[in-house]
Design a protein around this ligand. Sequence first.
Ligand code: ZN
Length: 458
Amino acid sequence: MNYRRLIPQLLLPLGLLFGAEKQRTLKPGWNLFSPDQDVQMGREYAQEIERQFQIVSDPVLHNYVNEIGTKLMAGIEGKTFPFTFKVVNDPSINAFALPGGPMYVHTGLIAAADNKAQIAGVLGHEMGHVALRHGTNQASKANLIQIPAMIAGGIFDKGGLTGTLTQLGIGLGANGVLMKFSRTAENDSDLFGARLVHKAGYNPVELARFFEKLQAEGGRNGRFAEMFASHPNPGNRIKNIEKDMKFYPQREYMPSAISPQLTSAREVIKRLPAPPKPQQGGGQVQAPQGPPVSINAPQGFRVYQNSLYAIAYPGDWAGRNGQDGVSATVAPQDGIVRGQNGQEDIGHGVILNFGRPQSSDLNRETEQLIRGMQQGQPELKTAGNVQSVRVDGLDGRIVPMTNVSGLRRGERENVIVLTVMHRSGMFMGIFVAPESRWRVAEPEFQEMMRSLRFARGQ
Ligand SMILES: [Zn+2]
């Protein structure tokens, strides 16, 4: 043992212990997507957003928001995303950013802000989510199993990206993984935003004040619901920002009064026509409010349930819930395996999902799902005819398939895809087991399929 080599290591923790408090470092977390893919994803979702919502072209509003946004962007160090800033004609108090940079501010938010610094604060906060890549980080964590295969299969090259992602539950809904952030992400975005706001010459505390003001008023009024669904309160917003501000160079901030510019922006908003109702269409399903579907688990089984469906699975398996509330992966302990590129893959177990299909044509939707799954998996092949089944009184299809086993080297696995059309969307179950386990797995899968029950009356 060479003790001299140990000395610096021993000193390090002491140095930290007695050293000055450090400013929190903000950097993106683990991600399966590349930054360019964030940009592409954001562009495609932006087209969807701009079909659904009315973008305000009034130059006063457009310039007001863009001037603030441009000032904030100037404070970002290093290479960053191509931010764009648009105003949405919508009286609810909200702002949101898509991966890769498209940002949207509702007219309701501009009308509710006390001053420019608060609008800058919200924009800075949203820019934090983009720059720190919170959306695709969460999407990566929630869809470890499917995303790598889809990227390998070229979903980013072929177009129709949002449709494929939406099938995975990576959609834009307020509870979708792209738009619902963790409290840590909230705090980091606050600090990221505060630093930009400071550099642009506004008081960073206004960022926290605006969120706290909304929180305080939120109890009385549902207009903030959407904002808080995607940005949960991390607590102590003002204190956290003040702590970070100790590390900022001293400077004078612009006065926090209402500027003539904000007054004229508000005048324009008052004169805007009422926005058309946003159109809903395609995509992700949120678990509707309501009690979970209940079933009795057969002996030795447990139940996964949400408000749309319930299914039994073997009692010694483990389950992982998707963040959308309608998807899950259930598998035996050794069922989740490392794929070729180090990504997680399912070798034995079941992926459960519920999506909003483009049509109610079960044959067509099933075919499309199979094609999507086959992208990037040349060995995944159909192994028989599509069968029509009734599941809990509903129309279903079963597609038998085979693939190379992710669990047993040199072996093949059987894959059964089950789709069921429900009035709230399409259920998808992907049942996977290596051939050598099929004798045990098949009756378990059949038991699971038999146990499946769906919500009534939605
Ligand atoms: Zn946020």
